[in-house]
Design a protein around this ligand. Sequence first.
Ligand code: ADP
Ligand code: MG
Length: 407
Amino acid sequence: MRFGIHTLDEVSVKGKVILCRVDINQPVDRATDSLKSTHRIEACVPTVEELLEGGGRVVLLAHQGSDIEYKNYYTTRPHALVLSRLLGREVKWIEDVCGPLARQAIRELKDGEALLLDNVRFCAEEQTLFEKNLKLTHAQQAQTQVVSKLAPLADLYVCDAFAAAHRDQPSLCGFEQLLPSCMGRLFEKEYCVISQLMQSPQRPCVFVLGGAKVADAFLMMETVLKGGAADQVLTGGLVGNILLAAKGEDIGQASLDFIRKEGYQEFIQSSQALLERYGDKIQLPTDLVYVQGCAMDIGPNTAAAYQRAIRAAKTVFVNGPMGVFEKPETEAGTRMVWDALADTQAFTVVGGGDSVTATKKYGKTQDIGYLCTGGGALIRFLTGEELPVVRALRHAAQAFPLGGDRP
Ligand code: ADP
Ligand code: MG
């Protein structure tokens, strides 16, 4: 047990049907039916491999895109191909989630075989709009289609989807009501790293917050400043622009229009209190790069100052790029910050989908202390809330104690 949750050390998997929820949600290139990144798939390989090596019959559940990320809404078929290649053995795939085809395929699995079901979010119950509007309890989630159809076929539920641990959805929180459950290796590792980071970071501890998930970034900023985890917060991206506007700096009408268009206008007012209270710890960009009047990257002076702070730190946590790094004319700020992340002596943690993409783009994967697959889950965790999936797994540890029949 760790964090009140069973681990894979406590279970025997031989001959068992194991429902394993992973988060392998990645940007999709629909034109070529392929994935633009495979980071999350690589990350869950150790767990899947361990279950297969142990002789388990592994049924993988995953989502791809969602109602709020519709551009990536897609089947999980390309994922099965990538996973097969990474594992060096076939991962079967079926165009069904919990219907008769899926259930038949599960019944036909043999020891050491894996099957990936189609996108769980093809079931309405797994959608984020459904979650937000209906707010099912975990007991109610156990009665949904996905859980009630699949649980009777299985012996064990393994959750390795830390990146989705902030979601309150049946494939993540429902099975724990009915089956012995534990966390997978990736879940365990990510939970450990961020717990340590929050509880006892080596100081100075610097948070670098940029990107475009403004609400999350401000929530996190407030939490780490209030709680004292952060000695310094370096800001960039849209987050930095909003803080500059809050301070009354001129970032140009086009930038302000963009903030309004994205629905972040209120943050210009609400972040003023944050600046008043923690102004000495929050660093704002001193120069910006504009494209057609819109601030799209931090400038070279800011990037150099951020490099110095990162190199002087003992712990650095990063979520969100410094600018629109997808475009060559506005990538310099992100590139310079990532250069410093690679050569600082500090323990570095990078979280978030686009931040991981930036890490790969600049060839820094080997130089980052920990690349965390979870953006949203990480943020929710850092704000001190108990994650729904953690709560469900803890419930299962109480309701279905495991014998520890593995040496
Ligand atoms: P992560 O996925 O790492 O959590 P976010 O999703 O919050 O990061 O932010 C990444 C996105 O933010 C990128 O697509 C990037 O183009 C965009 N972005 C960064 N800076 C700006 C900016 N100044 N204006 C508009 N978009 C920005
Ligand atoms: Mg993102």
